[in-house]
Design a protein around this ligand. Structure first.
Ligand SMILES: [Zn+2]
Length: 440
């Protein structure tokens, strides 16, 4: 096969991996075998090639060939010898290679931009956040700032010898995932903003795929895989920021809905005689429990939209609120209890709809959990329809404001593990590595 050809589908599909010169059906089989071996090493490593063969049902020679390709793609590395038992030669142990391939999760929110880079095992390598007034900036300006952070983080990873397998950007809004476009993000004032397209012009390697997804859905995945309620197959995640995002894990899967818009709970109308919301409706849930509502009640002199607008990271606003609480300002406790009460009212609907075992509270809810949760739990108990409410408890997330970026990085890792051929090989596999392939 002439690799220099630039015409036709076969060449295109090879550009990000794909086994060179392998017919489509064999390439599919090999891809799924590569994923099978990689997942086994990820879940059970360090383990020997023999152990992988025994566990996967693949023959030893095939495993050897697949492992060579995974090594070339920087996904698997050899450790020292490992004794499988008391007799026989020791095998060389394999483990996930954390040194070359990573994952980058990013987030644009109302008042900050964040990035978390991890290795394939989910260990955090870089964790950064800057306060940024996305609400008061044009989408172009916000995307420029996002691109700058992406460039800086990818450059820092590059200095460590690590290339991200992909970048996923979390945004608090409805997303068209196929085009990487934000359909609408009320709190950012975005409508039809092409995030992935903008990052494709950033100064980062062109072959790093960029995707966009909903922040709360990504955070819900992070909670399910690595949060305080990890492994709880029916959970609802609620994030308290200026907006309120929601993500629903039902039966161990993220509930997407027909358009991927499921879980958008912040703009459910809960008080028709209440306050106007940025989305144009009146009395949305987030006008009752969003960070802006808390700030307005607890520290009215610092309310969003009043006075000279400093860019303030949510951590700074919380520090101010906690400071006043420590000084004995009664408005803080009263405000948090009011937020808790409205959280319980909304949660009662969610429990009736989804019957979760746990409602994980992220963002600022987690920081004020000792004030918010008792009021929320009490209200939920009062309004619940069935015993389901008694078995459902609120818990505070420990992932902080990084939950969405962490979830985004986790999805990048998941995609790499599912399709190792999406990771380009630094040393292409040799002809001998591709079993049973008639070479043209
Ligand atoms: Zn609204």
């Amino acid at each position: 096969m002439d690799h220099s050809r630039a015409d036709g589908h076969a060449t295109d599909s090879m550009s990000r991996g794909g086994s060179v010169g392998v017919p489509a059906d064999q390439a599919t089989v090999r891809r799924s075998n590569l994923a099978l071996v990689l997942r086994h090493v990820s879940a059970c490593g360090p383990c020997t090639r023999s152990a992988v063969a025994a566990a996967t049902g693949l023959n030893k020679a095939t495993v050897t060939s697949l492992v060579s390709e995974l090594q070339a793609r920087g996904l698997v590395k050899e450790m020292g010898p490992q004794h499988a038992g008391s007799v026989g030669r020791p095998g060389v142990a394999l483990a996930l290679d954390g040194s070359r391939v990573g994952a980058l999760g990013m987030e644009v929110n109302v008042d900050y931009i964040a990035a978390i880079a991890t290795d394939l095992a989910g260990r955090v390598i870089i964790d950064r956040r800057i306060g940024f007034d996305a609400m008061g900036s044009s989408p172009e300006r916000s995307l420029d700032e996002l691109a700058r952070m992406a460039e800086r983080t990818v450059a820092d990873l590059d200095r460590l010898g690590i290339t991200p397998a992909g970048i996923i950007v979390a945004v608090p809004g409805l997303i068209d995932a196929t085009t990487g476009t934000v359909v609408v993000a009320p709190n950012l004032g975005w409508r039809g903003v092409a995030v992935a397209e903008r990052l494709s012009h950033a100064n980062i390697a062109a072959d790093i795929p960029v995707a966009v997804d909903n922040d709360a859905n990504l955070a819900a995945l992070a909670e399910y895989t690595s949060g305080v309620a990890a492994g709880t197959s029916d959970l609802v995640y609620l994030t308290g920021e200026v907006g309120i995002g929601g993500g629903v894990i039902a039966g161990g899967r993220l509930l997407g809905g027909a358009d991927g818009f499921a879980g958008e709970v912040g703009h459910v109308v809960i008080d028709p005689s209440g306050e106007s919301c940025r989305c144009g409706r009146v009395g949305c849930w987030e006008t009752k429990v969003g960070l802006a509502a808390l700030v307005r009640m607890a520290t009215p002199d610092r309310a969003y939209g009043t006075g000279p607008q400093l860019v303030r990271d949510p951590e700074e606003r919380l520090a101010e609120i906690e400071h006043r609480r420590a000084e004995g300002d009664p408005r803080v406790d009263a405000a948090a209890a009011e937020v808790g009460r409205w959280l319980g009212i909304g949660a009662a609907m969610l429990v009736n709809l989804f019957n979760p075992r746990v409602i994980v509270l992220g963002g600022y809810f987690a920081r004020l959990a000792d004030l918010i949760i008792p009021a929320a739990q009490q209200t939920l108990a009062r309004l619940g329809m069935s015993d389901a409410v008694e078995r459902c408890r609120f818990v505070a997330s420990d992932l902080g404001f990084g939950a969405a970026s962490r979830g985004a990085a986790g999805v990048v890792v998941e995609r790499a593990l599912s399709d190792p051929t999406s990771i380009s090989s630094r040393t292409p596999p040799t002809i001998g590595d591709i079993e049973g392939t008639p070479m043209a």
